[in-house]
Design a protein around this ligand. Sequence first.
Ligand code: UT7
Length: 333
Amino acid sequence: MRHSRILGVGRHLPERVVTNAVLGTMMDTTDEWIQQRTGIRMRRYSDDGVGAADMGADAAQQALRAAGLAAGDLDCIIFATLSPDVDMPASACLLQHRLGIGGMPAFDVRNQCSGFIYGLAIADMFIKAGTYEHVLVVGAEVHSTGIDLTTRGREVAVIFGDGAGAVVLGPEPDERRGILSTHLHAEGRFAEKLWLECPSTRLRPRVTEELITGDEARIFPKMDGRYVFRHAVTRFPEVIREALDANGLALTDLSLLIPHQANLRISQMVAQALELAEDQVFNNIDRYGNTTAASIPIALSEALDAGRIHDGAVVCLASFGAGFTWASALMRW
Ligand code: UT7
């Protein structure tokens, strides 16, 4: 069976840099606390009026250029986001229109930090099955308009940032190269450990003034940070080992691990648990914070630009996040 491989990668980071010191003027937090607990020094916030599809379209155009393809060459568009431009239709449809194309399928994957790998897995299956030749997978998020930028929301607010990344996949005839395998998991009983409850179809009406301004502020994401942390440091190593085992490879074969950028301490603990060398793990959370579905394609794009991925490199992408969901994808470049 043919494989799929990544033909081109792109990223879009909004220009507005928000340092920890700036957040300290909005809420009771400090640069020291944020750096010590998360490794984040700054993040980017989008401009007003800019949605996930706008940023995703820019990243997609770069990925297409890198792949040497035109937008019209795409057979399918998959858009991973937890912050779609609007409730409906899918941001994938908005992005398709922005790219000036139409006709091919376009849909969203709503799987938070694991959304990009879920999207990649679907794209890989479509290409392996011979259904499509060129599939665009985008991860894009605008968090800054949806977080509680007061002391009440500080545990969540200081972590998240905005950004977008994209890859274009195409067929790879050599079975030893391209995407070797993908591994997807979910455990819905932990849904409320990290969730955004409103607007909700369970409520009539779905959102009210009280839900927005009341003490509970249920329109903002809520997280049991320590609980999520504990699960993350277990699931990441598990799903990385699962990918290597499935391909008869060892941790020493791994050229580069690109983990979802959730918290620098999580990545460091994962690296320690797997006894990975510093140069085997890519981190850029210090500059962008946690951009959920966008973090892996942004990191992949930067790793390529930095010359960290050579021809034949074994690269593992891995994620953990709300749902809970976790996933990995192993590829030989
Ligand atoms: O994207 C995938 C899903 N998300 C994650 O993977 C995130 C996982 N969790 C984490 O990264 C960490 O749990 C956090 C960074 C969210 C929090 O770090 P922590 O070391 O677990 O801190 P904590 O929640 O145990 O809070 C420690 C203290 C508390 O004060 P007390 O109770 O000790 O007095 C918090 O109120 O720090 C306080 N605190 C803050 N202080 C200053 C919480 N947030 C802040 C803040 N600034 N932003």
